[in-house]
Design a protein around this ligand. Structure first.
Ligand SMILES: Nc1ncnc2c1ncn2[C@@H]1O[C@H](COP(=O)(O)OP(=O)(O)O)[C@@H](O)[C@H]1O
Ligand SMILES: [Mg+2]
Length: 254
C-alpha cells in the first residue's frame, strides 16, 4: 500500500480538494483506496458524506478502536473519518511513541488497499507528524502566493526531522500548484519562485497545475466527486492529468 500524505500547514491551499480528487481518480482507475481524514474540520469526511458519530480517526489514534473498525464504507469509498476531538490531539496524545500511532494502526490493513490518502490539518502538530510518519510519500499542494511559499520551507524542516527520527524512507513526491489563475501575471512569477524553492529543497514542482474553477466548490457543496459533477471542468481535467503524471513517477526515484 502506498500511503500518500497531503500536507501544508496553511489553510485553503487545496489539501482536502487534492486528497479527494486524487483518491477518487485512483478509485476510478480500479485501485482500492482508503481515505483518512486527520483534520478536525472534517472537510474531506463531509465531501464524502461520512456519518458523524461512528468511530473515527481520533479513536484510532487513541487506540480505542482499530483502523478496520473505524473505516466507513460510503457511496464514494472507504474512509476513516475525522472527529472534532482531533483538535485536542496535541494535548491528549502525549505518550512516548505518539508519532507512530497512525503508522501502527494502518499496518494490519496494508494489504487491503493499493493507496491510502491522508488529509491533514493546517498545522504542524501531532496529527501532521503522525501522517508524515505513516506515509511512504508526501504531496505539498500550494496556492501561488507568498504565504504558501514561506509555508513550504517550514514544512520542509519538519519533513527533514520526521525523516531523521521517525520515517527515513519518506519521499517528498512534489509540490502541486492548485487554484491557479493563469491570467494573473503575479501568479506566474510566483510559480517560478515555487519551482526554484522546490529545486532548492531537493524535490520538484509537478508539471501539471490545477486551475481554478467554480465546479470545485459546487461539487463539494453537493457532496459529489468532481469528476461526476463536472468532468469537463478545468480542475477536473487538471486533476486527471495530475494523476497520470503522478503514476508515472516511480516510487523511490527521489
Ligand atoms: N481548483 C480549485 N478551484 C476553485 N476552488 C478551489 C479549488 N481548489 C480548492 N478550492 C476551494 O478553495 C477552498 C480551500 O480548499 P481546500 O481543499 O479546502 O484547502 P485546504 O484543505 O488546504 O484548507 C475550498 O473552499 C475549496 O472549495
Ligand atoms: Mg482541508
Amino acid at each position: 500500500m502506498r500511503i500518500i500524505t497531503i500536507a501544508l500547514q496553511k489553510g485553503g491551499t487545496g489539501k482536502s480538494t487534492t486528497a479527494h480528487a486524487l483518491g477518487q481518480g485512483l478509485q476510478n482507475q480500479g485501485f482500492k483506496v482508503l481515505f483518512v481524514d486527520l483534520d478536525p474540520q472534517g472537510n474531506l469526511s463531509s465531501t464524502m458524506a461520512a456519518e458523524a458519530g461512528e468511530s473515527n480517526a481520533f479513536d484510532v489514534l487513541t487506540k480505542k478502536t482499530t483502523a478496520k473498525e473505524a473505516t466507513q464504507q460510503t457511496a464514494q469509498g472507504s474512509i476513516i473519518p475525522s472527529s472534532p476531538q482531533l483538535s485536542g490531539a496535541d494535548l491528549e496524545i502525549t505518550q512516548t511513541g505518539k508519532e507512530y500511532r497512525l503508522k501502527e494502526a494502518l499496518r494490519p490493513i496494508q494489504n487491503q488497499y493499493d493507496f491510502c490518502i491522508i488529509d491533514t490539518p493546517p498545522a504542524l502538530g501531532t496529527l501532521t507528524i503522525n501522517a508524515l510518519t505513516a506515509a511512504t510519500e508526501v504531496i505539498i499542494p500550494v496556492q501561488a502566493d507568498t504565504y504558501s511559499i514561506q509555508g513550504i520551507t517550514q514544512l520542509y524542516s519538519t519533513i527533514v526531522a520526521v525523516k531523521e527520527y521517525c520515517n527515513p524512507d519518506l519521499k517528498v513526491q512534489g509540490i502541486l500548484i492548485t487554484r491557479y489563475n493563469n491570467r494573473a501575471i503575479l501568479s506566474r512569477d510566483l510559480a517560478d519562485i515555487i519551482d526554484s524553492t522546490a529545486k532548492q529543497l531537493g524535490t520538484k514542482l509537478f508539471k501539471t497545475t490545477i486551475r481554478e474553477g467554480i465546479a470545485v466548490k459546487e461539487a463539494q457543496a453537493r457532496r459529489e466527486p468532481l469528476y461526476r459533477y463536472a468532468p469537463n471542468s478545468n480542475p477536473a481535467q487538471d486533476y486527471q492529468d495530475f494523476i497520470v503524471e503522478y503514476l508515472q513517477d516511480k516510487k523511490g526515484e527521489r
